[in-house]
Write a protein that binds this ligand. Structure first.
Ligand code: GAL
Ligand code: ZN
Length: 661
């Protein structure tokens, strides 16, 4: 479906006078652009007042692109309901947990459970899809925009409260069942019927973690339902076009595994360097690599980048200016991790509105400059390789389990103020990344048997089924790393009480954890072999039953107590890490794993990521640092393009090698 498309741009012709499009099209063609995404925020220009649709201008735009062979993806503009709609129905606007309305003037000023809003969205999407599905130049659709973005403050309006009550009734059937599951005898929270349950607004003091977890799950389901309704409408009109959604890496507001069920493939918006990124990120690349791997993991498929950073990024505060080569490097990195198509955000920097400083390929003036030339060169260079790797994925022997439920549970109870579910996962990812070990992120529902090593951090909520799955995996020969806070809670976020931690998996791990320490304002020393390290945030005080200690604490009153353990169980091995490891401890720990021995070495800051077909492996070697790096490839890797025998990679440069299997 996507073979012929390698490069696109996000284009907003409605922001410019109508003659400019001729210049833009010419520049796009010269640059090697095959596709534009249009329309995803243009509701007020396409339905100018209630039921008054004016598609003419967009049809002309689509026709102009058709003439020059540039394909179109259309976005549904439902993230930006127009002013006339808000005036007619102000109740569409979302309400925050302090009961304040979030008003018109930005975007995402909509409540997904509001039936009036839903009706207007349905009508728009129906008419839009019917009209534009007639154009053979429209090859795909994007639903809404970044669902979950701006929804960190979920909507707490009356309609969302009712929706929550209905969702709970469906899940628990009787109010007694809910009372049991939520532990409502605590602080006299017993409900007599579902109508008494409120959206978890700002309370006088404290909250019920079971209620909060269900609230987050309910909202994720709501957004999925909103999304799927649009998918179903578009499918009626357009069977041979694709439908996708632009996701945001580790954003957890919507469960992406579920959101993706009805999509042909997922897309991702990749912004490696904005005002919110730290300087060190510019020298490593592990953060953006992890996001790409998470996105590939959503459907275990290759994907599109629907918004690839093309220049300096920022709203009111700006990020750093990408250095020469860096936009190309980030593009190649997306491809290396499984992107088949790269669509740059945005074609031209907007003169108006919130995103005046979120720069595009062209500056405000519209005059092509350094970035335009760089991407133009890049499209020529890597298009052939992109055509070859289309649809083939990296092959990973290691997986990290990424779970929305665990993420929600840690958002609700951080434990340590700085403990964050994704950051904790990323300590493992980074350790593996620095050794160039390819990682898949997988759901806990995935098939574990494909992997030699599974890292499953913070398995806080542990159902019997999941515990069984881990047990079987190790029994049959898998290597499993579990961590602190495993086996603590039931599905409804209540603590298990029938055995010491880690509860259901104690025998697999060969340990018990009778006590733990939250390392507030302190760290703990750790000894692994004869090396000294530190660890942070948390310390499980481990008692061995059948495991052996790999590392022990070397300070605090529990000096000498095991901190990291290893246990033979069935044909496999189960490791337990009772703390958050520092980078040096992580590196020492990874050195002890079998998987490390097979990895290809490269200097720090040089990343190797590979896509692997039946016969060939394509290795992308990427220098994220701002100095020249040397790289000595194995003998059987051949350079994809002759670079006159050089073994160096310029700052922010890359090399591509091919290996015959
Ligand atoms: C993305 C969004 C785009 C644009 C961009 C820059 O998150 O999808 O519409 O807003 O960020 O801010
Ligand atoms: Zn609402």
């Amino acid at each position: 479906m996507s073979e012929k498309i390698q490069f696109g741009v996000d284009y907003y012709p409605e922001h410019w006078n109508s003659e400019r499009i001729e210049t833009d099209i010419k520049l796009m063609k010269e640059m090697g652009i095959d596709l534009v995404r249009l329309g995803e925020f243009s509701w007020s220009k396409l339905e100018t007042s209630d039921n008054n649709f004016e598609f003419g201008w967009l049809k002309q735009v689509v026709a102009k692109f058709e003439k020059v062979g540039i394909k179109v993806v259309l976005g549904t503009p439902t993230a930006a309901p127009p002013a006339w709609l808000i005036k007619e129905h102000p109740e569409i606007q979302p309400v925050d947990r302090e009961s304040r309305t979030r008003h018109f003037g930005g975007r995402h000023h909509c409540c997904h459970s509001n039936l009036t809003y839903r009706k207007y969205c349905e009508r728009y999407v129906e008419i839009f899809a019917e009209e534009f599905s007639k154009s053979t130049n429209v090859i795909g659709w994007q639903i809404d925009n970044e669902l979950g973005n701006s929804h960190n403050e979920l909507c707490y309006c009356d309609s969302c409260e009712k929706n929550f009550q209905r969702w709970l009734e469906k899940k628990y059937v009787t109010i007694n069942e809910l009372n049991q599951s939520w532990g409502t005898t605590f602080w006299s929270q017993t409900y007599n019927d579902f109508e008494q349950i409120q959206a978890p607004k700002l309370t006088a003091a404290g909250e019920n973690p079971s209620q909060l977890l269900d609230w987050k799950r309910c909202h994720s389901d709501l957004i999925k339902d909103f999304h799927d309704e649009q998918v179903e409408i578009i499918r009626k009109y357009s069977e041979d076009t694709f439908i996708t959604h632009n996701m945001m890496g580790f954003s957890n507001v919507v469960n992406y595994y579920e959101l993706a069920e009805k999509l042909d493939f997922v897309s991702h918006d990749q912004y490696p360097s904005g005002p919110f990124h730290k300087e060190q990120n510019r020298q490593s690349g592990d953060h953006q690599a992890a996001e790409l791997d998470v996105i590939r993991g959503i459907k275990q498929q290759t994907f599109w980048i629907m918004e690839q950073q093309s220049n300096i990024a920022g709203w009111d505060v700006l990020g750093r200016l990408p250095s020469p080569g860096q936009i190309s490097l980030w593009t190649v990195q997306s491809v290396a991790h499984g992107a088949d198509t790269i669509v740059y955000f945005r074609w031209r920097t907007s003169a108006m509105g919130t995103e005046q400083y979120w720069h595009g390929i062209l500056p405000h003036s519209g005059i092509p400059g350094r970035v335009y030339e760089e991407i133009k060169t890049l499209t020529k260079e890597i298009r052939p390789i992109m055509q070859q790797v289309n649809g083939i994925k990296p092959k990973s022997k290691v997986a990290i389990v990424y779970s929305y439920d665990q993420s929600y549970a840690f958002d609700i109870q951080h434990h340590h103020p700085d403990l964050n579910y994704v950051d904790h996962l990323r300590t493992y990812y980074k350790g593996l990344y620095e050794n160039n070990i390819s990682v898949d992120f997988i759901s806990d529902a995935a098939d574990f048997s494909e992997y030699e090593l599974i890292v499953a951090p913070l398995q806080f909520i542990l159902t019997n089924e999941l515990a069984e799955k881990y047990r079987n995996y190790v029994q049959k020969g898998g290597n499993l790393i579990l961590t602190m806070r495993t086996g603590v809670k039931t599905e409804s976020n209540i603590c298990y009480t029938d055995s010491p931690l880690p509860g259901l998996l104690s025998d697999v791990l060969g340990i018990q954890v009778p006590e733990y320490d939250c390392l507030l304002d302190t760290e703990v020393r750790i000894k692994i072999g004869d090396k000294n390290h530190v660890a942070n945030k948390w310390a499980d005080l481990i008692t061995l039953t059948s495991a052996e200690a790999l590392a022990s604490y070397d300070s605090q009153f529990y000096k000498g107590t095991p901190a990291i353990t290893q246990n033979d169980f069935g044909k496999g091995k189960a490791y337990y890490v009772g703390t958050e490891m520092s980078p040096s401890l992580m590196s020492d720990f990874i050195d002890r794993l079998q998987i490390k021995k097979e990895a290809q070495a490269a200097p720090i800051g040089v990343e190797i990521a590979s896509r692997e077909s039946e016969k060939l492996i394509y290795h992308f070697v990427m220098n994220h640092t701002d100095c020249i790096q040397s790289f000595d490839p194995p003998k059987h890797w051949t350079l994809y393009k002759d670079d006159k025998g050089t073994k160096t990679i310029p700052e922010h440069g890359y090399l591509i090698f091919i290996e015959n299997k």
